[in-house]
Ligand binder design. Structure first.
Ligand SMILES: [Zn+2]
Length: 276
């Protein structure tokens, strides 16, 4: 199986959850060797992903407020780096809470979401323009000032096509905001093959910050800013993540469900790219 970013040959790295992970011999990108497509998107992001715990969200709707404040945080950050506000496309929008945070800070926007139930919730309950589908197959006549991908790039089944699509959807000087996991981070290196993000089939792409930036530069998107997001997750989400790692232990009950706790996100990064 060739590299989904640069189409070069790859070699077997190790197995994770029964799936082979491979490393590109040219650009060093790591990926899960799964023949995936639209069917995969529908299957992995079924309703269980948002409510069944495990690697997805324990209770996505319970995270609403936190997601909106993250959207607001990024909107303010964009203003600082580019002075920009305008029309945006949020990829992997779920019900649109993150998008809502942007909209409350002056943006207009469209969300794109493969899960029909989530997309409907966003339209009916939040009154947002959430379209059902994936970026790889998204068709529109419009152009955007910003495309945001908050923790979605690792899930793309065709990452090169997705990023090229994002570039084509951007207006001149448009911005791409990516927040994703860094496989070259200290914690990823310490945990090795036990790093939490090595969890196919939901996670398929394992970027390093450097590798993604280099790939995007060749795609016509130049990095203009970057950093690490501070993140808080709910007690319920923390319980779900821990249960997935260590099993159902009594100690988990000691974490209150209703509090927000800082999540160690040393292995998470954000980067802002500008269309050349
Ligand atoms: Zn490659």
């Amino acid at each position: 199986m060739n590299c989904p970013l640069c189409d070069s040959e790859s070699r077997f790295a190790f197995e994770a959850k029964g799936y082979p992970l491979r490393d590109c011999m040219k650009c060093a990108h790591r990926f899960a060797a799964i023949a995936a497509g639209e069917a995969h998107v529908a299957e992995v992001y079924g309703d269980d992903y948002f409510s069944g715990g495990g690697a997805g969200y324990a209770d996505y709707l319970g995270e609403a407020e936190m997601l909106s404040s993250r959207g607001a945080m990024y909107a303010k950050m964009l203003e600082k780096y580019s002075g920009k506000k305008g029309k945006m496309l949020d990829v992997g929008a779920a019900a649109g809470f993150l998008l809502k945070g942007f909209i409350e800070n002056g943006w207009q926007g469209v969300g794109l979401e493969p899960n029909a139930e989530m997309a409907r919730y966003g339209r009916d309950k939040l009154n947002l323009d959430i379209r059902e589908g994936s970026l790889e197959s998204f068709e529109t006549g419009g152009r955007f000032d910003l495309v945001s991908m908050i923790q979605v790039a690792a899930h793309f089944y065709a990452p090169r096509q997705a990023f090229e699509k994002a570039r084509d959807l951007l207006a001149d000087d448009g911005l791409l905001l990516v927040e994703t996991w860094n496989r070259s981070s200290l914690s990823a290196r310490i945990f090795g093959r036990h790093w939490h993000e090595y969890s196919p089939p939901s996670v398929l792409q394992f970027f390093s910050e450097k590798g993604l930036t280099e790939f995007l530069r060749k795609t016509g998107l130049e990095k203009i800013a970057g950093g690490r997001p501070s993140k808080k997750i709910s007690g319920a989400h923390a319980r779900s993540l821990l249960r997935y790692r260590i099993g159902d232990r009594f100690v988990l009950k000691l974490i209150p469900e209703k509090i927000n706790i800082p999540y160690p996100s040393e292995d998470l990064f954000w980067a802002l790219y500008k269309k050349k």
